[in-house]
Design a protein around this ligand. Sequence first.
Ligand code: MRU
Length: 364
Amino acid sequence: MNIHGQPHRSIEADHSRQSARIIDQTFLPHHVEWRELRTMEDAAEAIQVMRVRGAPLIGATAAFGLFFALREDASDAALQRAYEVLHATRPTAINLRWALDRVRRVVAPLEVEQRAAAAWEEALAICEQDVETNHAIGRHGLELFRAIQAKKADPAATLNVMTHCNAGWLATVDWGTAISPIYQAHDAGMKVHVWVSETRPRGQGASLTAFELKEHGVPYTLIVDNNAGHLLQRGMVDVVIVGTDRVTAHGDVANKIGTYLKALAAKAHDVPFYVATPVSTIDWTIADGIRDIPIEQRSAREVTHMPGLNEAGVREEVLITPEGTQARNDGFDVTPGGLVTALVTEHGAVAATAEALERLRVLI
Ligand code: MRU
């Protein structure tokens, strides 16, 4: 997608240096800072401190991380160690394990001297596949948007879409998952407007989704997270679409904290609630999301403090609570499949049920 009119991906391979360049998302939306990853430790740190974030992008970065490790030492022991270090960076997004498993499956049977080159190729393939997958999710999502639009009292009126967190191109290699249909609708000339919820505490909606939509010229309005129910109740939202970090084999969905409340409100007001997900985000090994999906526990400081730019243009954090306030910071929540209208995958829309997902699994 474009930054200041120039096409970019959120992670770009440098073929001559065999390194990977990322946009350091901790500086967005105020500065576009590129950062070169050259070692496994660089990749692990970038995931851990959320220079890169979003389930598919975490997976792609980890794949490069495994390559960097194998370039130094391609022994079985080094492979295992790198796998463990990268896997421990963040707990909820299953794409991390998916990408690490995929690279390991390719390299493990090879001679030690062939492993690094194979890992590099596999990391590139993961990136290319992610772009294609997200484009396909966008096409299927666009069909759903068109059907919703056609049922409106005035089918020429603007389609109001609500999203949460950032499931756009900054969360993937390109296009995004939940935002891909929005881009494709806008590019196809459909009148679309996005309600962007800020996504406290880290503000991925306010800083990242707003940044992306602005760069692409898609009309949007930022709301505080607590505004969502009010807008849904008043008929100001035609469809909600979010991304996900992990879907269970029975259709439960983990996504950024606050997603569950939006799903409940959407159900109460009969507004479709879609979850855009590549198949790589489905964890076929678990069924019950509330019981089985590990929820990242993050620092209390993200809740008690707010970051931003001061008037001098310098990044600052301010305390917003009484000194010493205790805070809890669950990174994600789980929306039961029963609240999900459909999962929008690269293979089309699929019901968030065990039966429908099993049919998909057999098909792919
Ligand atoms: O903590 P983050 O910013 O990594 O959380 C990201 C999300 O919750 C996204 O919605 C999810 O990863 C889907 S990304 C296509």
